[in-house]
Write a protein that binds this ligand. Sequence first.
Ligand code: PBG
Length: 328
Amino acid sequence: MNILRRNRRLRTNEVIRSLVRETVITPNDFIVPLFIVEGKGIKEEIPSMPNYFRYSLDLLEKEIKELCLLGLKSVLLFVKVPDNLKDNKGTEALNPNGLMQRAIDCIKNAVPQILVMTDVALDPYSIFGHDGIIENGQIINDPTVEVLSQMALSHAQAGADFVAPSDMMDGRILSIRNTLDNNNLTNIGIMAYSAKYASAFYGPFRDALDSAPVDVQNIPKDKKTYQMDYANRIEVLREVESDIEEGADIVMVKPGLCYLDIVREVKNCVNVPVSVYQVSGEYAMIKAASEKGWLDHDAVMLEQIYAIKRAGADLIASYFAKDVVKLL
Ligand code: PBG
């Protein structure tokens, strides 16, 4: 037969396939999200996130050392705040001796070279489970930005390398940048959750931190007045553009798999690193289907991670980081 082009030649065996492979995954691609709780000796599994745990500070140290041995060198911290410390304004978030601040210190003491990123948003601290302060049933922007800036400052003073505002308030990147700079913290980076969609895939995360919006009259039941409408693509360009102008060092798209068109769109339009958060619901889906024997866990996991990187992710926040790296 006269076939003009035999594309299968480059797929003949694994050696040639790996020689021409376009996308490569290494431990350097990952940011490991970590959930932290008060107490001692606690390593508790999150029911909707099988094989993912909340750690108390004493056991966190061991986990960090394990990550390090696997070559995972960046972490993103989230804290589960006791109910009695929650209020409308996130007062506890500014406590210099709060759980987040102690966690940063603990990690930096255990392994100084670990890059510590921290979540900046009010929801774990909010009695209403929202990322901002509520007044008359609305999430109010500017007063929230003030608190977020102080929160970022507090994390940086505790030793965080990067702050990661995940709240989607307007103007928070500029305000955080100015606050850090005015306190001589010019080296502290900002990873902005720039394209964060109002997604149902955050469910298991909200279980992990007990941070879901409350079901109370006059309180919004969802985050649609600040997180993005998943029907939109062009709007994302305005979000990343303003975050970069305001001082973001890294921009993020979140969730991952359902938003790979957005990842590519952003990657093609910006000249800062793009990170992607493969979120809790994406993790839970793979776990559930593989527990039922319906999908091959490792194969599907790798395929999704490669897809995220191929779409344009320079870095990936993923609950699978350890599992993936062990397979490489
Ligand atoms: C809170 C925050 C959320 C996630 C990261 N930071 C949840 C939310 O916005 O409700 C979700 C992460 C995940 O689902 O894995 N601002």
